[in-house]
Write a protein that binds this ligand. Structure first.
Ligand code: ATP
Ligand code: FE
Length: 330
């Protein structure tokens, strides 16, 4: 069993996961309400909230796993990056302390690999390597060829915003609740709107690369609208639906291009990262191959797509199976 700790951004996540993928205990403290007033994550506030919540979250996850202390797990794992440095530090200090105090194996986890590997815990049968990964989160938008643990080839990356960040920016523009990420609120608003209401260009339609790009067309469309229009629910829902439609169409085109160009394309596509919680993305992604056979599209349940402790514990369990541990001096 592994105790995993995640404090890279605004969620304090802790979980105890067994090497076969069974989630034994989990706790998550969201800071959504704390950051709401600021329209985004404030690092100093996030760090203090992690400090306040972490001890209790560790205790709760252990208790839910039926354990009385970290002495009863086999290893302690923590996200070491990428993320907000002062927030990462809170998790790292606690994980190092626990591992040292109880003489446990220590595993340093890469946040993005943890997002990617979630599919191997949550989906049955687990996708074997290699697979293609579309990683879309608050800070990243990448197409990866995942060959194994610690072996991810970046095939394409965003040229400007990450998709989650674009969702957050458009949500802010429409004055939706953005604490903890504006994606969910924007997604529900988009459900009520007409995706062709606001004409928006699909980014980079004619560029032959695999890179992603999102533009300022949404902002311009909102700025050009009159006061009344901007206040109208139909207009707002239309903007939300049009943005989502253009963004997802953009992803589809990049994926199709990658599929057609990768000679040895793996037949599994993994969706991961916070935006993979989006129902419309999940619905639209399984792109059929030219020969008619669908790609096997694999995506964790929505709650495991956004940041959590389970992904950290599981990524560490995968590393431990290969005999990989780290010195507790990160
Ligand atoms: P990274 O993983 O790149 O370091 P992060 O950890 O901050 O960034 P995640 O927690 O993986 O990001 O994902 C959060 C992002 O996902 C936010 O931008 C949020 O708006 C977005 N998101 C969450 N749910 C949805 C949804 N249903 N639709 C669209 N976007 C969503
Ligand atoms: Fe993340």
């Amino acid at each position: 069993t592994v105790l995993g700790i995640e404090t890279s951004c605004d969620d304090t996540g802790v979980a105890v996961v067994r090497s076969d993928g069974e989630i034994l205990g989990e706790a998550i403290a969201s800071q959504a309400e704390l950051h709401e007033a600021w329209g985004g994550v404030v690092p100093g506030i996030a760090r203090d909230a992690h400090r306040d919540a972490l001890g209790g979250a560790v205790e709760l996850a252990l208790r839910r796993a039926g354990l009385s202390s970290a002495a009863e797990v086999d290893a302690v794992a923590v996200t070491v990056g990428p993320g907000l440095e002062i927030c990462l530090r809170v998790g790292c200090e606690e994980a190092v302390r626990l591992a040292t105090a109880h003489g446990k194996a220590f595993v340093a986890v890469h946040h993005l690999e943890a997002h990617v590997l979630m599919a191997r815990l949550a989906c049955h049968p687990p996708p074997p390597f290699p697979f293609l990964t579309l990683l879309t989160s608050g800070g990243h938008c990448q197409l990866l060829l995942t060959r194994g643990i610690g072996d991810h080839q970046v095939i394409g990356s965003t040229l400007d915003d990450a998709l989650g960040e674009a969702y957050d920016k458009v949500a802010r523009l429409l004055e939706l609740p953005v604490g903890g990420g504006g994606g969910p609120a924007l997604e529900s608003l988009a459900r009520e709107g007409d995706p062709s209401a606001t004409p928006l260009p699909v980014p980079m339609r004619n560029k032959p690369s695999f890179d992603f790009s999102l533009k300022t067309a949404v902002r311009l469309a909102v700025e050009r609208a009159s006061e009344e229009e901007r206040a109208s629910p139909a207009f707002r829902a239309g903007v939300a639906a049009s943005f989502q439609n253009a963004a997802l169409r953009h992803l589809e085109m990049r994926l199709t291009r990658a599929r057609d160009s990768l000679g040895c394309a793996p037949d599994t596509l993994v969706l991961s990262g916070g935006v993979a919680a989006n129902a419309e993305l999940r619905r639209r992604t399984p792109s059929p191959r030219d020969d008619g056979a669908p790609w096997r599209m694999v995506v964790p349940p929505p709650r495991l797509c956004t940041d959590n402790g389970v992904m950290v514990a599981w990524a560490a369990a995968e590393r431990l199976k290969l005999g990989l541990t780290d010195a507790p001096d990160v």
